[in-house]
Design a protein around this ligand. Structure first.
Ligand code: TRP
Length: 393
């Protein structure tokens, strides 16, 4: 991998990522125009503008979604720290699809994974889990069609499933897919994430599922697809919608490589207020503009490398005409960097404002979560599918 100048795994993202090469490396397919057109309207900017640029088996998912047949989305969170914009984007995307197609949405929290790979105490991971769960609840999923699972707290359901799948993954598959494990917990974890990705089908029977995630998570999908392909359990391979990374403020690349550990780049946190967002964008957002106003007015700027523009493009400016106009005016120099930054900061701050307001209105975590937990029946159904009929907890 390193001879290509970049590395992308769930645990390391580094170098200058060549997204096309990555597709070859991973064996995923480019998302086609025809597939994009089959997403129900209004299409989310992430799809329309190809931030989600690759896929696995998205056709089956789209067919089911458009035919009103059962279809599910799985998108999770590794609670290793405070959540930033890049973390919440797939969750808002999942909500958007749920509102359009009534998709069932499953959201696993891999607190175990983060304990295995991060230098954090169980206490710290626990505090992050509780904090991140509140952000997740603030998104506002439909409780009747959404299930949240925390690996350690829902171990009664997750653990027997992970046990069932663990024998399907060898140590050499682990090494080839992820590199050297940090410890034996880490080695075991892909079986847990396979349980997450198969959970909708384990609970409700075989049906098309979709995992919309950053492409760094694709190795987990691959491992899980191989497990599903063995047909021991009569399951569809989970499909995937794979995204490029939202730019970090300092330029293209993954927004805070929270998994590589050495990063100090400022990111926009979900808890940032308007002034903080403005300040972070003004001081840190990499600009595609010229160094003086006079030069900018004559030569114009480059939206393709401008972080403020990229943020508007990916998520925060839904209106295509407005976005086109912004790009045009930036290129011809009539829109200045400072003005573009202002626009991005404004859009982000308003989004965060609404998110924070919903978060503040939440009841206690336990009370809120109650409505999203797997029912006793759902837990038993999942167990039955893998042949687990032992004792109840
Ligand atoms: N492994 C993911 C991360 O590190 C979190 C995660 C756990 C996840 N289960 C998932 C993501 C299922 C998508 C689908 O961020």
């Amino acid at each position: 991998m390193t001879d290509e100048g970049f590395t992308v795994t769930p645990y390391t993202v580094s170098g200058e990522i060549d997204y096309e090469k990555l597709l070859e490396q991973f064996g995923a397919d480019r998302l086609t125009d025809e597939q994009i057109a089959r997403f129900p309207e209004p299409r989310h900017p992430l799809v329309r503008r190809r931030v989600f640029y690759a896929e696995r088996d998205v056709d089956r998912f789209l067919r089911a979604a458009n035919a009103g047949e059962r279809h599910s989305i799985v998108t999770g969170r590794g609670p290793s720290g405070a959540m930033h914009l890049g973390h919440i984007v797939p969750l808002y995307f999942a909500k958007h699809v749920q509102q359009q197609t009534n998709a069932l949405v499953y959201i696993p929290f891999s607190d175990d994974e983060k304990y295995f790979v991060k230098d954090r105490s169980l206490e710290e991971i626990g505090a992050q889990t509780r904090d991140n769960l509140r952000d997740l609840l603030a998104v506002g999923f439909d409780p009747d069609r959404t299930r949240i699972v925390v690996d350690t707290a829902d171990a009664d359901v997750v653990y027997p499933l992970a046990v069932a799948f663990a024998t399907e993954v060898t140590q050499s598959t682990f090494r080839a897919t992820y590199g050297d494990p940090e410890n034996i917990g880490h080695s075991f974890y892909p079986a847990v994430q396979a349980a997450h990705l198969l959970l909708p089908q384990l609970v409700a029977g075989r049906h098309p599922t979709l995992v919309p995630i950053g492409i760094d998570q694709d190795p987990h999908v691959r491992v899980c697809r191989d497990i599903a392909a063995k047909q021991r359990y009569d399951l569809d391979k989970p499909g995937a919608l794979l995204s490029k990374f939202l730019p970090s403020l300092e330029g293209p690349g993954k927004m805070s490589s929270s998994d590589s550990g050495s990063d100090t780049a400022p990111t926009i946190l979900l808890s940032d207020d308007r002034d903080t967002v403005l300040e972070k964008i003004h001081t840190h957002a990499y600009s595609g503009g010229r160094s003086t106003v006079a030069e900018h007015r004559t030569h114009g700027g480059d939206p393709a490398v401008d972080v403020s523009y990229q943020l508007l493009y990916s998520f925060f400016e839904n209106d295509d005409d407005r976005l086109d106009r912004i790009a045009r005016e930036y290129r011809d120099g009539s829109l200045l960097s400072g003005e573009l930054k202002e626009m991005a900061a404004d859009a982000i701050a308003s989004f965060l404002d609404a998110h924070q307001r919903r978060r503040q209105q939440l009841d206690s975590l336990e009370t809120e979560l109650e409505r999203y937990r797997l029912t006793e029946r759902e837990r038993e159904a999942a167990h039955r599918r893998v042949g687990y009929t032992h004792l109840k907890p």
